[in-house]
Design a protein around this ligand. Structure first.
Ligand code: GLY
Ligand code: MN
Length: 463
């Protein structure tokens, strides 16, 4: 938890950017796995954590925009809980640590909200993503289940995004720490990867690094020889010399800040010529973002510049034909990189995705494109100091997608479909780093950069 002043200042800023009404922030509850008492690891809601810092289940908070009153609702433990969980601090003492001096039992929340509703006051809430909170909102406010998102407050979403998207120094320190754990996870994978191992053995060790040094991975680890499947969560294959393995993983540390890195490794420790060619294009695109990301440029422009590197590289290899500018305008890169260059990262690995991708990565000046590939860009906004974003270009050879484009004649004049057939078993390459936008440019997050050139990756794997 940060110093109470941090939470007080965040709530003050939130209040000053809202016009009127009550802000209702719901924390998360425990989620059962296979029977009621066997629960998944508890994860607090990130916006609740951001404004109230309390990392316990079954809490809610109200901020009265007009009076400035702030209340935390929750229950103190009773003797039955103490028998199983040990003594727990009182809610009023926990609330005092984040600068709130009014607390009530959770059941009182309904009375406060009913009173506000009777007075015709607006109650702002964020779009719920857990069923428990949907049921709660339905009971407390009478919101229909199919209207949870439309009834949520865009004014509140925008106010929260405006604050959370610019990371404070104390947050950057935490993200740097999360990146350092992410570094060790990847370094472990590089050191241990050998043909004959099963992918899961490496996943297990990476999870172990994370669990012993931090908390948990920031999302389920992606580690697969079938790197052309962007989010491949199957890990049953035997690693084979001559194949590539995409390793995409990061840590969520105790403060819940995340990291997210990808490296693509040759399973046998040495890239083939064909792999080196593709890898080098992706690494050039990844470095380009590092060179040009700075305040004032939009991340959409950075995405398009990286796309040009990718398309030019593929033209040089004879896989794409024609003029690079025309090919990028036509969206050729979508066949090879059907995702965006990156996303915001913070308390969530895809930061604030629950608040709506368009509300986070886009604004009035930047509307989401409809073109395949570009439409998947999560962050298009103009960059500002304090933004934390991932830089994750990739080239993938997805046989089903290539066949679809061939059949439909999509970008026919630009693509050498015949030559692409020799890449059907290639897989994919992705390289991902985490960037902090600074006053004049950007910097990599974490104390050290993971090996990213062909030579450095091979050297690490030899070691
Ligand atoms: N690194 C996984 C993702 O960004 O979706
Ligand atoms: Mn990512």
């Amino acid at each position: 938890m940060f110093d109470r002043k941090i939470y007080i200042s965040r709530r003050d800023k939130l209040v000053s950017s809202m016009k009127s009404g009550l802000i209702l922030l719901l924390g998360n509850s425990e989620a059962s796995c296979n029977y009621a008492d066997n629960q998944y690891l508890f994860r607090q809601d990130s916006s609740f954590l951001y404004f109230f810092g309390l990392d316990k289940p079954d809490l809610a908070a109200i901020i009265d925009v007009e009076s400035g009153k702030q209340i935390v609702f929750g229950n103190d433990v009773d003797i039955d809980d103490i028998i199983w969980m040990g003594p727990q601090p009182y809610l009023c003492d926990q609330a005092a640590e984040i600068g709130v001096n009014e607390t009530y039992p959770f059941a009182k929340l309904a009375d406060f909200l009913a009173e506000a509703q009777n007075k015709g006051r607006k109650i702002h809430f964020l779009p719920p993503y857990r069923n428990h909170n949907k049921i709660l909102l339905n009971k407390l406010l009478g919101v229909a289940f199919d209207q949870m998102t439309s009834a949520s407050s865009l004014e509140l979403i925008n106010a929260v995004v405006k604050l959370r998207i610019i990371k404070e120094p104390c947050e950057i320190e935490e993200i740097d720490k999360a990146c350092n754990v992410g570094y060790t996870m990847h370094y472990t994978a590089m050191k241990m990867m050998k043909p004959g191992m099963v992918e899961q053995q490496i996943v297990g060790m990476m999870e172990g690094v994370c669990a012993s040094d931090a908390l948990m991975p920031s999302f389920p680890i992606i580690l697969s020889q079938n790197g052309e499947t962007l989010h491949n969560h199957t890990h049953h294959q035997i690693l084979t010399d001559g194949r590539l393995c995409v390793v995409d993983a990061g840590a969520e540390i105790a403060s819940h800040y995340a990291s997210d890195f990808t490296r693509t490794l040759p399973c046998g420790g040495k890239f083939t010529t064909m792999q080196k060619e593709i890898y080098t294009i992706v690494s050039t695109a990844n470095n380009l973002a590092l060179d040009i990301a700075r305040p004032g440029i939009t991340y959409k422009e950075v995405h398009l510049s990286a796309s040009k590197i990718i398309v030019q590289g593929l033209i040089n290899l004879g896989l794409v034909k024609g003029d690079v500018e025309e090919a990028v305008a036509a969206g050729v890169q979508g066949l090879f990189m059907p995702h965006g260059l990156g996303h915001n990262m913070g308390l969530d690995v895809h930061d604030m995705e629950d608040l709506g991708e368009n509300n986070v990565g886009y604004d009035e000046a930047h509307v989401r494109a409809t073109q395949f590939g570009l439409a998947s860009l999560r962050m298009a906004r103009e960059l500002q100091p304090g933004h934390v974003i991932t830089d994750e270009p990739g080239i993938y050879f997805i046989p089903a997608l290539i066949e679809k484009w061939k059949k439909e004649g999509t970008c026919r004049g630009f693509i050498n479909f015949a030559k692409l057939e020799s890449y059907y078993k290639f897989g994919g390459v992705r390289i991902e780093d985490d960037l902090l936008i600074t006053k004049n440019g950007c910097r990599l997050l974490g104390a050290k950069r993971l090996p990213n050139t062909v030579e450095d990756v091979e050297e690490q794997m030899r070691g």
